[in-house]
Every structure is written in C-alpha cells, then in structure tokens.
Design a protein around this ligand. Structure first.
Ligand SMILES: [Zn+2]
Length: 384
C-alpha cells in the first residue's frame, strides 16, 4: 500500500516531492501535482517554475482538457544532465550514471584498494565518471562509503575500516574537480533510501536490512534517512539474540545477531559441521538452493534470528515495510523464516499492513540511493 498523502514541510521537501511525482509518472501537470500534494495550484505553480528555471523539469506539450485550457504536461528534463554515483566496497567500486529522474542508465565495476588511500581511489573513480558522463552536463554526484560517515563533513569516521580515509573530505575533493553538488553517506543508509524511494516514494517508513557476509540496516522515516543523535541509528548488527550460544563478536560483546545470522557466521557453522570446502556465503547459499538439509536449516535459523531482532524494531517503529537486500535475500527459505518470526513475535497492529520482502532494486539499491541522495541535495533556486 502507498502511504497517505502528507503535506511537504519545507520548500526543499516540496521540490523533492514534485520531482518524485513527475519522475514516477504519478502527476503529469501542475493541477495533478496540486491535487496529489493537497496544496493550492499557485503554490505548486511557483515551485514548478523554479524547477523549470533550474533545468530539472520541462514542459513537454499539452495534455487532454477536461473543459477549459489544456494543461501543459510536465516531465523531467532528461537532456539537462546526469547524476553520477559510486558505491565503494572492500575490493571493488560500482559506478553508475543516472538520468535526473534517478533512473540508472549504465554501470561499471572497477577494482579498488581502499587501503591505497582516498586520492588514488577517487582518481580511478573519476576516470570512470568521465567515461560514463561522455560530455553530458554533470548535475550532481552521490557516493556510498563503507562504514560510518559524517555526511556534513563528507568524511569517513571510523579509522579501523578504511586506513588513510578518516578526516579526508570526499565531498570537497570531488566538488573541486567537478564543481557540482556532492553527497555522501554509508552503504546501509543509501541502500535503504534507494529501495524505499523505488517502492514507497517520498513518504512512509521502512527498514532495509542488508544481509550478506555481514549484516547492516538503514531506517527511513517519512521518506528520508533517519540517522539518530550520533548517526548510529539502524545498527541491528549487534542486537543480542537469546539462545545464540554466546559466540564472541567483533564488537567485544557475545551473542550478537552478526555472530548467528550473517553469511560469515553461516560459513563458520558449516565448517564446524565438517563442510571444509565451504568458504563463502555464496557456497552456503548454493548448497541451500540445492536443498542440502544442513545448509537449508542454517539459512532458516539465520532468518529466524534476524526476524527475532527485527520484531522488537517493528513493534516499536511500526514501519510500512521491511526490505531485505544482500546475497542472503535471494534465498526464499531465509525470507520466509524472517517473515514468519516477525509475524509470530509482533503485535498484530504492528504487522497489519506490513510488507516483508526482497528488495526490488537488488544489487543496485546503493547506486539508486546515492542518486536519490544527490538529487535531494541538488541546489535549486529558493522559493520566489
Ligand atoms: Zn557485536
């Protein structure tokens, strides 16, 4: 279900909603926008004009009249430039080029060594940006960094994950090279934003859990990332799971979700059971796909543990949806176990309209989110 219409709370919010409604084809004219947003046509008209002046929207001919003047149809000005995105991971970076409506036009993957430091890594990504942009006007850049990020400073904040990066201003560095808006955030938040906007638009609440070799999650409130007081919101990884066997976790505690439900923990458990040839999450998932009983049972148990951790969050936060991404989300027994545990453990009111499903944006969730985040930060003229 689509969340109810909520009035935008600021000019920026209004611009974002207008661009989303037009890009999604949910509103094609000023009057349809006014109706969808519950605002006066004059208010919407001023914002639309500002977005036309900024080269984001354009008029693409006349629609059908329902009596009176024919409405001028609005569209995203696809000729007005592109958004570039990069998702930096441990061994490789995925780089994308998007239209101004956020649609992914093309991607590349390149090997990167984050330990080489920010300048060589960003130079390699810049080369791919130049190739993908092919002379079109670059309007904004969105970058996903692995690990905690200070989005205002545009820096990585946790030294252990990325030596040489903390304190280096990724946003300033790229802005100097390209002269456009640059927005950064961490992978979990951007995956959540990408999937949420694709499914629920700019309103509504959701949680997106990335379940792969490691587990992470991002929270979306009213269509925007919820970061919390110290940008630590959404950390489901170190939720304590009862009956998890008190396995030591990288955080120093024992019995965290990560130790029983991550792909890495499945590999460890398979090896403990004598499956010495199993070395990656993909190996475990392949065995489960072939209905190997031990692997299937471990994948199900991992889903039940994740469902257990999520049930407290779902009861408390009452989201419209829980989306699952990462390699484990391709496993139907895993999703089924998460779903059944959440429905069993939550109050019926909290799950009445809840969707729990694999993310539709799949491996590109982060790139979609980075494009949306860059577009949200696109500098637009202020209200006239
Ligand atoms: Zn932990």
């Amino acid at each position: 279900m689509t969340p109810e219409t909520e009035r935008p709370s600021s000019d920026e919010d209004l611009s974002r909603r207008i661009v989303h409604l037009v890009a999604a084809g949910e509103a094609r004219s000023r009057s349809e926008l006014a109706a969808a947003l519950g605002l006066a046509p004059s208010t919407v008209g001023l914002r639309v004009q500002a977005l036309i002046d900024a080269g984001v929207l354009h008029e693409r001919g006349d629609g059908t009249s329902r009596g009176g003047r024919r409405p001028r149809l609005l569209g995203i000005d696809e000729a007005a430039g592109v958004v570039l995105t990069a998702d930096l991971g441990g061994g490789h970076a995925r780089v994308g080029v998007h239209s101004l409506s956020g649609a992914l036009l093309d991607t590349r993957s390149i090997p990167v060594v984050l330990a080489d430091g920010p300048e060589p890594t960003l130079a390699a990504i810049g080369d791919v940006f130049d190739e993908l942009a092919r002379g079109t006007r670059i309007r904004a850049i969105g970058v996903s960094l692995p690990g905690p990020v200070d989005i205002d400073a545009g820096t990585v904040t946790q030294p252990s994950r990325m030596p040489g990066w903390p304190g280096f201003r990724v946003t300033d560095h790229l802005r100097e090279r390209y002269g456009v808006t640059v927005a950064v955030d961490n992978d979990a938040n951007l995956a959540a934003l990408g999937e949420h906007r694709a499914q629920l638009g700019t309103t509504g609440h959701s949680i997106t859990v990335k379940a792969g070799t490691a587990i992470g999650s991002g929270i979306i409130v009213d269509g925007a990332v919820h970061r919390g007081a110290t940008a630590a919101a959404g950390d489901i990884t170190h939720t304590r799971i009862d009956g998890s066997g008190d396995i030591p976790c990288s955080c120093g505690n024992t019995g965290c979700l990560e130790t029983v439900a991550s792909g890495a923990s499945l590999v460890r458990q398979m090896r403990e059971r004598g499956w010495t040839e199993v070395s990656t999450t993909a190996d475990v998932l392949a065995l489960a796909r072939d209905a190997e009983p031990e692997a299937t049972s471990l994948v199900r148990t991992a889903g039940t543990h994740l469902g257990q951790a999520l049930s407290g969050v779902v009861n408390f936060f009452n989201p419209h949806a829980v989306f699952l991404t990462g390699s484990m989300s391709a496993s139907e027994p895993f999703i089924a176990a998460v779903r059944s545990r959440v429905y069993e453990a939550c109050h019926p009111l909290a799950t009445q309209r809840l969707r729990i499903e694999a993310a539709r944006t799949r491996a590109d969730a982060i790139l979609f989110g980075a494009a949306r985040w860059a577009l949200d930060n696109l500098e637009l003229p202020t209200a006239p």
